[in-house]
Design a binder for this molecule. Structure first.
Ligand SMILES: NC(=O)c1ccc[n+]([C@@H]2O[C@H](COP(=O)([O-])OP(=O)(O)OC[C@H]3O[C@@H](n4cnc5c(N)ncnc54)[C@H](O)[C@@H]3O)[C@@H](O)[C@H]2O)c1
Length: 249
């Protein structure tokens, strides 16, 4: 972070979901480091212990709970929604329950949070950012049928909302990471170790998908979210920003 960046978000009220770990936590830390007052929430409140800002337990799939949470805000300048869930499977391996769970966690939660946040943002503008994925309408990956569909939905939601609110200065964008080294990735690798023959081979598989030769870091996604929240990002709306180590070159 440059010296200038340190005060770049001073005076902003920022809300970050799924802030307990991984990308969401890195975003919450980064917005706070740049001067925003950050309200961090997660399904698992225990993961928020140690975060310096305001914290709350919030299940983003629960429409009523999400609306009640946002009712407590007078004004929001920046929202970053990082909730998502990866189901691994083809269409034949995706049960109706897998499909519904994927859509509920990844796409319904985005609707819930946007519905709660927009009334607190539109009067003065701001930046609403969804963490989507390159596994979406941007690119097909094997065994990502439910995840790809749900994240593609998030991108559609982003673009439609950007069109609705562009004149009011409320900007909506989707940050689309490649594979990022996060706790849930470690969990996925544990689950895939048997299938690949070893944990190392499962790691190699994920790294081999990255033309950059390495995984992304949560901080590298957080920096883009801070940029979008700042004055430097004020002419960007309705976009997907691929932060993917070259996957979509
Ligand atoms: N890690 C990657 O490789 C990668 C790549 C592309 C996109 N993404 C997306 O980035 C986002 C964050 O992923 P990650 O891997 O950094 O984090 P993670 O999966 O390690 O952590 C997710 C967090 O979300 C919380 N959460 C789960 N369900 C929730 C709910 N219903 N309500 C509120 N919080 C809930 C969990 O408690 C956890 O703290 C997700 O949307 C994911 O799809 C991740």
């Amino acid at each position: 972070m440059t010296t200038t960046d340190k005060g770049r978000l001073t005076g902003q009220v920022a809300v970050v979901t799924a802030a307990g770990q991984g990308i969401g936590r890195a975003v919450a830390d980064r917005l706070r480091a740049e001067g925003a007052t950050v309200f961090a929430s997660d399904l698992n409140a225990e993961l928020l212990a140690g975060f310096g800002g305001e914290t709350a337990a919030l299940d983003a799939t629960d429409y009523d709970a999400v609306q009640a949470y946002f009712a407590g805000f007078e004004r929001i300048d920046t929202l970053v929604h990082a909730v998502g869930y990866v189901h691994q499977g083809t269409i034949e391996e995706c049960s109706p329950a897998d499909w519904r769970r994927s859509l509920a966690i990844t796409l319904d939660s985005a609707y819930n949070v946007a519905a709660g946040a927009v009334p607190k943002m539109r009067a003065h503008g701001g930046a609403l950012t969804f963490i989507a994925s390159v596994a979406s309408s941007l690119k097909g990956f094997p065994k990502r049928v439910a995840y790809g569909a749900a994240k593609g939905g998030v991108i559609g939601l982003t673009k439609a909302m950007a069109a609705d609110y562009v004149a009011e200065g409320l900007r909506c964008n989707a940050v689309c990471p490649g594979t990022v080294d996060s706790p849930s990735l470690h969990q996925r690798i544990e689950e895939l170790a048997e299938q690949f023959g070893s944990r190392d081979k499962a790691w190699d598989f994920f790294i081999s998908r990255q033309p950059s030769g390495r995984l992304g870091k949560p901080e590298e996604i957080a920096g883009i979210c801070a940029f979008l929240a700042s004055e430097d990002g004020r002419f960007i709306t309705g976009q997907t920003l691929q932060v993917d180590g070259g996957i979509t070159i």
